[in-house]
Design a protein around this ligand. Sequence first.
Ligand SMILES: *Cc1c(COP(=O)(O)O)cnc(C)c1O
Length: 492
Amino acid sequence: MSDHFQDLWKVAQRSWESGVLPSAEDLARARASLPTTLPETGAGLEAVQKHIMGDIVPAFNGGSLSPNYYGFITGGVTPAALFADNVVSAYDQNVQVHLPNHSIVTDVEYRALGLLADLFRLPREDWHNGTFTTGATGSNILGLACGREFVLQKAAERKGSPISSVGEHGLFEVLHALGLSGVQVLSTLPHSSLVKAAGVLGIGRANVRDISRADDPLKFDLEILEKELARQDKVSIVAISSGEVNTGRFATSGLEQIQQIRSLCDKYGAWIHADGAFGVFARVLDDSPEFATVKNGGAGLELVDSITGDGHKLLNVPYDCGFFFVRHPDLPFNVFQNANAAYLNAGPSSGPSIPSPLNIGLENSRRFRALPVYASLLFYGRDGYRQMLERQIRLARAVYKWIYDHPAYTALPVASSKAELVDQTFMSILFRAKDDGLNGELSSKINATSQIFVSGSSWAGAPATRMAISNWRVDVDRDLAIVTKVLDRVAQ
Ligand SMILES: *Cc1c(COP(=O)(O)O)cnc(C)c1O
């Protein structure tokens, strides 16, 4: 197995050195090789391996493997995580019920969640609760589901209604009993998946409401917030974009702002969910002045009610892995309990009470996706992850400085000075070409080089290009040279 693993690892390294995207020929050849019907007889392992490695793998992209892929925030796969992920597949453990005498897997998953809480400086006494998910979208669904349960419970307490649980009675009956027309989510520049979560949960996409300040679409207008929280017809969940996907910036800056939001939400019985898919990593940074503004963006998250984080982004573990922290240990059980399945009871246990994952999250049978997280956290420790993140931020800032001074490009959002722009920068870069013609095709021109890969986006109503730096292999000097060479060439 070890040889096989080494071979795969080597092949994977090779696949990105020739460029981030597969060639059109490789894609066409792979597509033509796909069978159109199920064969009656099996081909045997060797033939299947040959087909996958020879036809399909060449048509993969290097999104996670190349440090010069700056499209989606894909992260990569650290060596420790890759090793552990292979162990996960080989041993195929099902992490759904805590059965302490049958397997160690639920213990490892629970410990891994605690290590993550440590990484993000979330005090364990409040935050060692939650679960591993398939990604930040899954975590956002959990966050809004817990929030929905909580805010309706609070409303039921106020009105003395015995019908209070969506998990038990369903949304219709609870709203009806409470004389409410719905639940709303108050946010600023929420990630699309948060809006999706509202759609899934019967809150409704149209009930995700923008409460931003007129002068900054990412910052809360506290007056509007209070007005919405005070509504009599709706109950509210506040969703903080702790790391906005276009700019990498944060909806709040500093403990005091979260405290203000917290006290308003306490006054009106609202829940606060923070989408920190990548932004929660700001809390890995130390107190050096170089990163003070970014660190401030993640400050105060210990005061919210639930937090989304992604494993397959900045943690650099394989897809599909996210995590969800919640400060109210009993609440997920109200929503996600796998009721009336006596055969799934864990029975009495000694030691810490580790909840059965099937009762606190979406899935019953689950992949042991916590093991790559556990392995990578032990491999790097807090220092290793901090240094990785610092390299990512330093590269983003170096690219931004270069763009700021370049005659053909404009750095976005427009800043009052280069110093301010750099100070605000986390691991995302947003920019456009000054020439409108070039700007319209900027990202496709950059991507056509296959040397780096960026995302087409938009900002303030016009096309913009985004680069997100998330790979563990980032090397500031090497990658700055590659990026600036490509952007120079495209500008000519
Ligand atoms: C990526 C991202 C998501 C969605 O995460 P998936 O892992 O793709 O499900 C949600 N929120 C933010 C802020 C993100 O960056």
